[in-house]
Design a protein around this ligand. Structure first.
Ligand SMILES: NC(=O)C1=CN([C@@H]2O[C@H](COP(=O)(O)OP(=O)(O)OC[C@H]3O[C@@H](n4cnc5c(N)ncnc54)[C@H](O)[C@@H]3O)[C@@H](O)[C@H]2O)C=CC1
Ligand SMILES: O=C(O)[C@H]1O[C@H](OP(=O)(O)OP(=O)(O)OC[C@H]2O[C@@H](n3ccc(=O)[nH]c3=O)[C@H](O)[C@@H]2O)[C@H](O)[C@@H](O)[C@@H]1O
Length: 423
């Protein structure tokens, strides 16, 4: 393998993981961010996102001199053979992806990219963005390549180093092949295609996952009405190898920094392209509805009204294993509860700071003390291990388990009613 000189712009979940992992594969990586405090922390080897294995890779990379952190993209690109863009593409107007961070990096570094360098976009962007980047760059000597990222938060390093596939797209075939070669050691299948298809693979995958979950959540509601058990239904479905067991757990609705924004962005792309995509619209609507269904369960458990009632929340993050609150279903449910006059207290093992409108505590027992209803919203393993007998003494409250995460018998043994999803 050739060790390449690589620059990574943006040191969030994707950029930092990409930089640290590529350094661990033997490349020489300079990572840039526009956030001075973040760069200073990383230069000191401090990683503040809770990704297993990432601090170790950063420390090893710094010690080996293969990983470096600098402030500002221009400081990183001067000597690079390959430049990765890993900047945010949040939800913008009308649901479309907001590409301002991508555009501003191009404006910053466009003229400074070395001759023959490859610009690889890893941010999730709508079809046509690689072409737009090439146009903004206006450089015949720099190839633009799309290389979407599929890692999940909470297992970012593992997903990066053991991916299901590598997708690379470009109209410059030689550049695309050189990007694929960066990953050869990972032994994953690669899809080498044009830029438009590569950009679309990312949305196609995330939206399919979202659709799978909306389907399961709707099926869970049906199970409740029909007296069936969603756990057995999904197990029975999942043994079919064409369906698979993963991504079949019902919950309070899917959230996080990507599935929500990516479904809205693809829906917007389809509208602009004049393509009707009712399946995608229904996927989104079902998710909005799921939060209302959870609200209804909590309201019913509180006796019909939430006004002045204390709701003890277990979990705030959008899933276990992360401290990310972006588009967290727990926060969406909290907002609905607050709008009906509930008072909210919460414990999440990964969240220590203040969350507007919610009294957060670092003690799960404190969070549920005196609650009218206890609601589990994030599937942290430690919630199973709580002393439910003690909780039963502290709050005579029904437990709404929006993830079917607890052992119902343990909760019932504590004298509390257990209310799950779809069973
Ligand atoms: N979070 C995830 O699990 C995944 C995210 N993605 C996509 O990757 C992209 C990045 O996402 P995250 O890593 O989650 O974002 P993030 O918000 O965690 O990190 C982005 C970083 O870019 C920096 N940044 C912004 N503008 C900059 C500039 N002009 N120069 C230098 N640094 C700049 C920010 O300060 C921040 O540190 C998005 O398009 C997202 O959709 C793709 C796969 C997985
Ligand atoms: O583009 C992205 O950013 C990433 O988005 C998701 O990864 P992530 O946002 O980390 O979270 P997931 O593990 O996919 O979970 C998303 C949501 O679905 C929920 N979920 C997931 C699985 C399940 O069975 N049930 C369920 O309700 C989670 O609780 C969470 O709210 C995709 O899984 C990644 O492949 C993709 O790279």
């Amino acid at each position: 393998m050739f060790a390449r000189r690589i620059a990574v712009v943006g040191t969030g979940y994707v950029g930092l993981t990409t930089g640290a992992c590529l350094a661990s594969l033997g490349h020489r990586v300079v990572c840039a961010d526009s956030d001075a405090a973040k760069v200073a922390r990383l230069q000191a080897g401090r990683v503040t996102i809770p990704e297993p294995g990432l601090p170790e890779l950063v420390t090893a990379g710094l010690a080996a001199g293969r990983l470096e952190f600098v402030l500002g993209a221009t400081q990183a690109v001067g000597n690079a053979e390959v430049v990765f863009l890993c900047v945010p593409t949040p939800m913008g107007e009308g649901g479309a992806a907001d590409l301002r961070a991508v555009e501003s990096v191009i404006a910053e570094v466009g003229a400074r990219l070395p001759r023959g360098c490859i610009l690889v976009n890893k941010s999730t962007v709508p079809v046509g963005t690689a072409a737009k980047i090439a146009e903004l760059l206006d450089r015949d000597d720099v190839a633009v390549v799309s290389n979407p990222e599929f890692l999940r938060e909470g297992s970012a390093v593992e997903d990066f180093l053991d991916p299901d596939r590598i997708v690379v797209g470009s109209d410059a075939e030689d550049a695309a092949e050189r990007v694929v070669a960066l990953y050869t050691r990972l032994g994953a299948p690669s899809v080498l295609t044009d830029a438009a298809s590569s950009e679309l693979v990312k949305y196609a995958a995330n939206c399919f996952l979202a659709m799978k979950l909306s389907y399961v959540n709707a099926m869970a509601e049906l199970c409740e009405r029909l007296g069936a058990d969603i756990a057995d239904v999904t197990e029975g479905m999942g043994y079919d190898r064409r369906i698979g067991q993963s991504f079949l757990r019902p919950g309070p609705g899917w959230g996080g920094s990507c599935l929500p924004k990516d479904t809205y962005a693809l829906a917007q792309v389809a509208r602009v392209a004049g393509v009707e995509f009712p399946l995608l619209e229904a996927t989104i609507d079902t998710n909005t509805r799921q939060r209302q269904l959870v609200l209804g369960k909590i309201r019913a458990a509180a006796g019909g009204s939430l006004r002045g009632k204390r709701i003890g929340m277990l979990g705030l993050a959008f899933k276990a294993g992360t401290d990310d609150l972006r588009d967290s279903p727990a926060l969406a449910v909290a907002e609905l509860l607050a709008a009906e006059g509930a008072e909210l207290s919460a414990y999440d093992p990964a969240i220590s700071g203040e969350v507007p409108g919610i009294l957060t505590t670092d003690d799960p027992y404190q969070a549920v003390k005196g609650a009218a209803v206890i609601v589990l919203l994030t599937e942290w393993p430690e919630f199973r291990g709580l002393d439910w007998g003690r909780i039963g003494e502290m709050a005579q409250a029904p437990v709404v388990d929006t993830r079917n995460h607890l052992d119902p018998d343990v909760v019932r043994l504590a004298g509390l009613a257990w209310i799950g999803i779809g069973r």
